[in-house]
Design a protein around this ligand. Structure first.
Ligand code: URA
Length: 307
């Protein structure tokens, strides 16, 4: 179970985790604050049950510090403080429920082995430079599936798709434009690992990663797919590099209607260089027209459901 921690809860959980890890002789290595928070929130139940177990177990003897290897000028290490079983948050922490997508345990089970495989994937050179494997996230029963190109810097650090500046714009398009909570769509990328310097994916990288995305699409079985940018569009449609003009028309991915939208990073770049007095660009207006068409199609395909 995942809990959302406030600041106090985070510190308490961190303290408890470190005490337990020291005691159990394991290392807990935070990679970034965000991932630390996520890891802690996800391990709260573990920490609580370990803490309970430790409270009734005798303490493991602490080996003395290697004094003989310390310079004589250094003082011997202070004796470690007496062991106090870690007390956990339960009563002291305010747990805020996450706005999480509804669970679909059967679909989760279908994807779990592949997701585990992806987390250790060494199918292409990107495994040498990635910090995270960005699997994707969202509602496994989503009617809309958004597919980007590859994780960028923020996504690589956080392990989630579209969380940086272009992610915020994508969230606005989904929530303000389409009026759908982000947690009710599914978001993934053609590549699960960040290409160095955010260069375009290479064909062998796309090929090595394809089976993950194929299974995600097959499992989610969305009513509509939205490819974000030409790179994602070409990869999904199996078109060669350089093919342009993919927007504006409905296409198909294995029988599922697919629409290519401008990539949010392109929209942001355009805003920096070609915005009108209202701060909008021609690309924004075109995207809005695309969004209206997509929502119309979605209503047609799934009448009776709020789109
Ligand atoms: N750009 C993408 O194509 N995908 C992300 O997840 C983030 C930025």
């Amino acid at each position: 179970m995942t809990h959302r921690l406030d600041r106090t809860g985070l510190l308490l959980a961190l303290k408890a985790r470190l005490e337990l890890d020291a005691d159990l002789g394991v290392a807990f290595i935070p990679v970034s604050a965000v991932r630390l928070e996520k890891a802690l929130a996800e391990s709260l139940d573990d920490i609580a049950s370990l803490a309970k177990r430790r409270a009734v177990m005798p303490r493991r003897p602490v080996s003395p510090p290697p004094l003989d290897r310390l310079k004589p000028a250094l003082k011997p290490a202070a004796p470690s403080p007496p062991y106090r079983p870690a007390t956990l948050p339960a009563a002291r922490v305010r747990l805020v429920p996450l706005a999480e997508p509804p669970a679909n345990p059967e679909k989760e089970e279908v994807l779990a082995p592949l997701r585990r495989e992806a987390s250790e994937c060494r199918g292409c050179g990107l495994c040498e430079t990635r910090k995270s494997v960005v699997w994707g996230e969202g509602d496994l029963d989503a009617r809309l599936m958004f597919i980007g190109e590859a994780p960028g810097r923020d996504e690589d650090l956080e392990g989630r798709p579209f969380v940086g500046r272009s992610g915020r714009l994508l969230t606005d398009i989904i929530e303000k434009g389409m009026k759908i909570p982000r947690s009710r769509v599914y978001i993934a990328n053609v590549l699960k690992c960040r290409p160095p310097g955010d260069r375009n994916p290479l064909p062998d990288e796309v090929a090595a990663c394809a089976r993950y995305l194929e299974k995600q699409i097959e499992t989610v079985a969305p009513a509509l797919i939205i490819a974000l940018g030409m790179v994602a569009g070409r990869a999904l449609l199996g078109l060669p590099a350089g093919t342009s003009g993919l927007r504006k028309r409905w296409r198909e991915y294995r029988g599922v209607p697919l629409r290519v939208l401008y990539h949010p990073s392109y929209l942001l770049r355009q805003r920096r260089s070609a915005a009108g007095p209202d701060g909008r660009t021609e690309a924004d207006r075109e995207t809005w027209a695309d969004v209206l068409e997509i929502m119309g199609k979605l209503r047609e395909m799934t009448p009776g459901e709020n789109a």
